[in-house]
Design a protein around this ligand. Structure first.
Ligand code: ATP
Length: 600
């Protein structure tokens, strides 16, 4: 397959906003492909060379890309920069310049695998002279590229490809291309993806052996599993009802979710909520794990929280972030603060895959596996069988400073559900009792210029929630408060890589911000309440026809969710659920307070 075919597919995808059309373009692309061509086409379309969790990066600075474009098209790097100020994107500039550059008559077309291998060569180039090597590889590719190919090649190496196909749409396309578009096949494909986090692997299996071959997929150390997620409940009564009157209540630690993989040889890899490798940021955890775990290989999950060295007390994650100042990257801040990992689940124990076992069995295995140490502890837990017990435990942990409890089902079906949000786990936070149900993790899709003191900077951001069934982002608020001067000042830089000059096709909103962004940056907001809105599109139609939901008086909490990708933001369905949860004026809450809600 030639690379130009892939480039044309990107063009077609960029020109459509319709998910079905996008899917059929992808199906046509993928169906004839097999083996490496299939996996490479998939990885490239995701803007990467390997599954995302491997974190393979090209490491090409903009100045290098400018130099390569200049050399390949016979201009100067300065002229490339100048043009880019108008075109807004280096890829567009490369395409434009290639259009006016004479290509040699006998230039062989770029093969897909050839491009993939060249880009891999770029990623692997390290040490002295590596920058020159990278430039030369890019120059060689661009000299043979058509304008359209050049545009996407440059976007790829700059990490700005983002053609707008996300995992859910690719899974749809894989089902249609290699299995059947029915619900069962699609669910099995998604389940296999949740277990492996590797689209290439799933595609290859499907293409060679159909859906049945997915059954042979096993957990593997070093390959992260997409995390199981929790639902919310209105009250402890409802929570217990959903759990058949009995549940394991755990302390809900407010930190960073960590999936720890310990190989047989004792090496440790740690993955974040978005499956990024975070081991290097927590060398102390990586060091503490092997001596605290009795068997290997093992895959564990836990929450990593800062603690006070002198008192040993857990410190709220948020406190550390604020204390350090928002300019600092959260992860960097954490590195300097001692952390402890509270493990709460086990998926693989000594080569045995245990994620399909009911939770009580997993917890028992966990307790046997772990010898608690200063840095590695087991999440506190208590079995509760009545609302009184539940309330007592909740009050107790909240009194100790926890944000709430995580209730876990003890039923036969309480296996670990990778990537799924369900009522097997229910989170119940102290915020539910006093405020709007929960904080919301919104994706930045636009910005409005400020006025007055904020003139010349962004004054407010347009936020969206994710809607997986449509693979779209639906807006729910415009947030301007909660940003102090330094947070405002750094917004343009933080958002610059995601700027685009038109509304992203995957965004649904009734507003027109001054600047649009590709959905990428996730931040946490709180607000007074959710209301039905004529301009926002979150959960459109769920409460009232043609109306979405909006958050009133939204406020940035100061927390960027760098551990979440855009598709891991709060979903439209969760927002609808939260709207329903808040709709209980005067209801007596578990903490014994009366809540009165005034609906706008
Ligand atoms: P979500 O993970 O549900 O998308 P979120 O990341 O915003 O949302 P919360 O809504 O606060 O987090 O709650 C879920 C998270 O709580 C889990 O992903 C996990 O990181 C954390 N957590 C803390 N304690 C526990 C525990 N004992 N068991 C499971 N998860 C826990």
């Amino acid at each position: 397959m030639q690379y130009r075919e892939l480039a044309h597919v990107y063009e077609k995808i960029e020109a459509t906003t319709k998910r079905l059309e996008m899917r059929s373009i992808l199906v046509d692309l993928l169906r004839p492909l097999r083996g490496r061509e299939l996996t490479c086409a998939l990885y490239l379309s995701q803007g990467s060379l390997r599954p995302e969790y491997e974190g393979v990066e090209l490491g090409v600075a903009e100045s290098l890309a400018r130099k390569a474009i200049a050399e390949a098209t016979g201009t100067s790097a300065g002229a490339v920069g100048e043009r880019t100020r108008t075109s807004g994107d280096l890829g567009t500039t490369a395409g434009e310049l290639l259009r006016t550059t004479r290509r040699l008559e006998d230039t062989a077309p770029l093969e897909l695998l050839e491009v993939y291998d060249a880009l891999t060569g770029m990623a692997h180039a390290t040490g002295a002279g590596s920058q020159e090597t990278k430039v030369q590889i890019l120059v060689d590719l661009l000299r043979r590229a058509t304008p359209v190919e050049g545009k996407y090649l440059v976007r790829f190496v700059m990490g700005t490809l983002r053609v707008g196909v996300r995992e859910m749409t690719i899974l749809d396309a894989l089902a249609a291309a290699f299995a059947s578009p029915d619900k069962d096949a699609r669910e099995r494909i998604e389940a296999a993806f949740n277990l492996t986090s590797d689209l290439g692997l799933i595609a290859e299996k499907l293409a060679s052996g159909g859906v049945a071959s997915l059954a042979s997929i096993r957990l593997e150390v070093g390959r992260p599993i997409r995390p199981m997620l929790a639902e919310r409940a209105k009250s402890l009564e409802e929570l217990l009802e959903r759990m058949d009157g009995k549940a394991a209540f755990e302390y809900k630690y407010d930190g960073l979710r960590v999936q720890a993989h310990l190989a047989k040889d004792g090496s440790v890899r740690l993955f974040s909520r978005r499956l990024e490798e975070i081991g290097p940021q927590f060398p102390d955890l990586a060091k503490a794990l092997p001596s605290a775990i009795r068997e290997r290989p093992v895959i564990l999950e836990g929450e990593c929280v800062p603690f006070d060295r002198t008192t040993g007390a857990i410190r709220p994650f948020q406190d550390v972030a604020t204390r350090r100042g928002r300019k600092h990257d959260l992860e960097r801040a954490l590195e300097e603060v001692p952390v402890v990992l509270f493990v709460f689940d086990v998926l693989l124990a000594g080569s045995e895959s245990v994620y399909e076992r009911p939770f009580p069995e997993r917890r028992a295995i966990l307790e046997k596996l772990v010898t608690p140490s200063e840095r590695i502890r087991i999440a506190e837990e208590q079995i509760v069988t009545s609302v009184e017990e539940a309330n007592d435990y909740f009050e107790e942990v909240v009194g100790q400073g926890a944000e709430g409890v995580m209730a876990k089902s003890l039923a036969d079906g309480s296996r670990y559900h990778p990537g799924a949000r369900g009522f097997w786990w229910i989170k119940y936070k102290r915020d539910y009792v006093t405020h709007l149900a929960d904080s919301i993790d919104g994706v930045v899709v636009g910005a409005f210029y400020g006025r007055g003191r904020r003139a010349g900077a962004y004054g407010a951001l347009l936020l969206a929630v994710y809607r997986p069934d449509k693979d779209r982002f639906e807006t729910f608020c415009k947030v301007g408060s909660g940003f102090d001067d330094s947070a405002l000042a750094e917004l343009p830089k933080r958002l610059a890589p995601f700027r685009i000059d038109h509304a992203p096709p995957e965004v649904d909103t009734g507003l027109s911000p001054d600047q649009w962004f590709r959905p990428s940056v996730v931040l946490e907001v709180k607000g007074a309440e959710l209301t039905v809105s004529p301009v926002h599109r979150a959960g459109i139609g769920a409460i009232r026809p043609d109306a979405g939901l909006a958050l009133r008086f939204p406020r940035f909490t100061g927390r960027y969710r760098t551990d979440k990708s855009a598709t891991q933001a709060t979903t439209s369905a969760e927002l609808v659920e939260m709207y329903r949860m808040q709709d209980r004026s005067g209801a007596r809450t578990a903490a014994g307070e009366h809540r009165v809600r005034h609906k706008a």
